[in-house]
Design a protein around this ligand. Structure first.
Ligand code: CU
Length: 143
């Protein structure tokens, strides 16, 4: 779907996965994303969406058990995000948390950061991520 030159993607959030879980973008592509927390269990769970590389983790007290907490490198650092409430240049981290039934739309131009990036939800001490709540974006060089 395309409006104003933007390719529109909807990413649905479920317990504990996203659909779709694989996307392909091109550097310079105009992208609009709607995140939709589709979890209708009661009580429902909040979910998060952020995208990066290099898993950051915290020690838990068990030497071999570390909890994923987010990314060492956030894909959106330095990227200008456009939402209905305004325009913001992200300094470091961009993360969206949604309650059940809530959705959020934003637009941006794919930055020159080719390669594989992962999006995920790190709520409940990283348990959602470890349960499979993650997806991959292949960012292809511009043609
Ligand atoms: Cu989650």
């Amino acid at each position: 779907m395309m409006a104003d030159g933007y390719h529109h993607y909807t990413i649905d959030e479920h317990n504990f996965y996203y659909t779709p879980s694989h996307l392909v973008w091109h550097v310079g592509e105009k992208v609009e994303i709607t995140l939709d927390n589709r979890n209708h269990a009661r009580p429902g769970l909040n979910h998060q969406w952020n995208m990066g590389r290099g898993l950051a983790s915290d020690a838990t007290g068990f030497v071999e058990h570390r909890e994923p907490t987010g990314w060492k490198t956030n894909f959106f650092a330095g990227v200008t995000i456009n939402t209905k409430s305004g325009v913001e240049k992200i300094q470091k981290d961009f993360s969206v948390s949604l309650t059940p039934g809530q959705h959020f739309t934003f637009k941006f131009i794919v930055p020159n950061k080719p390669g594989k990036w992962t999006y995920g939800c790190f709520l409940q001490n990283g348990q959602h991520f470890m349960d499979g709540m993650q997806g991959v974006v292949d960012v292809k060089p511009s043609i």
